[in-house]
Ligand binder design. Structure first.
Ligand SMILES: [Zn+2]
Length: 60
């Protein structure tokens, strides 16, 4: 599995990034994806809530 360089924001094959030369110890991609999924869920819930308010405002 490819590791992830946070400095260049690109996948790295091996232990050292070919572009910036930093050693990549552990893949840090999974926590970022979890944050991204959480942000999407919060945004969808907010949009549904706003849509519900709009519909209730239109029908009254
Ligand atoms: Zn890099």
């Amino acid at each position: 599995m490819a590791k992830w360089c946070t400095t260049c924001d690109r996948p790295v094959e091996g232990d050292t990034c070919e572009v910036c030369g930093q050693s990549v110890e552990e893949p840090t991609r999974e926590p970022m994806e979890l944050k991204y999924k959480f942000f999407i869920v919060v945004t969808v819930i907010y949009l549904i809530w706003r849509l519900y308010q709009l519909i209730s405002w239109l029908t009254h």
